[in-house]
Write a new protein. Sequence first.
Length: 293
Amino acid sequence: MESATWRPVGAVDPLTLVEARNQAHHAMQLPALAAIAFVPFREDYSHINFGWIDRFSAFVSHPIPTASGAVQFGLRLADLTLLILLNSEIKLSYPMHGKTNAEARTWLLAEAEKLGLNVDDFLVASPSKIPDHPVAFGAAYDVETHAAAMAEFCNYYGNANLVLENIRQSYLYIHPGPNEVRMWPHHFDIAVLVTLEEGDPETAKAFGFGFEPGDPSCEQPYLYTYPWPRSHRPDTLPELASKGQWTSPGTWFGTLLRGEDLCGTPADQQQATVEAYLRDATEKCREIALSHP
């Protein structure tokens, strides 16, 4: 894993990031379609997820073998710039500010074809269903108005990648164990799942932890943990020894640490606060998963 350091958050009110989040989520769907079309298929569909590259402040796809070398598609979050990497270095970039999805798509397809990729595969790829936004209907992206919020998202995602990997390392002894820290473009969350037993992924005991930039259940960034299967919610839940909290009955089952709670923590204590929450809450969720009938 590349080295990274914690980036303090709180310069922007976490409750005001919704518009920037929605624009970034839609912009992410263009490299996501490229991953669906061009990355070699995997039966678990992990070929469509993305990794965080801290030195670029960007999410990038798995490598795609071409005659020119390994190609990756990505998005730099701070300024919503589409990226095409060749052999792990940025080869081409396309700023989304003032541009439409149609214009960005035209650029991406032209460059993909120059790299020898079959653009017909892109044209038939099915996009993920995500919440509507004007950019999906022809509006141009407006990065400049939300520049501070975009930069804050870079901080949140970079921090999440850092701490999630730290926690993931502590579970490498488990078999089958944790997958890699990856982002799934349809949900836009970055997460790890620790599988506790072999078997059907829908029913095998597991627990997960990750970062979500916000969604209809919580319109601000938050870190989370959960047991799997989620259908088992004990009548009595163990008390968390950190700032996190259990979700309310009737919503998804797990714990969360909201951005506003983290931003109220001094900058030099934020990473320790997050890691303490994750270590405590993941263990609680692991115990619940293991107790599942």
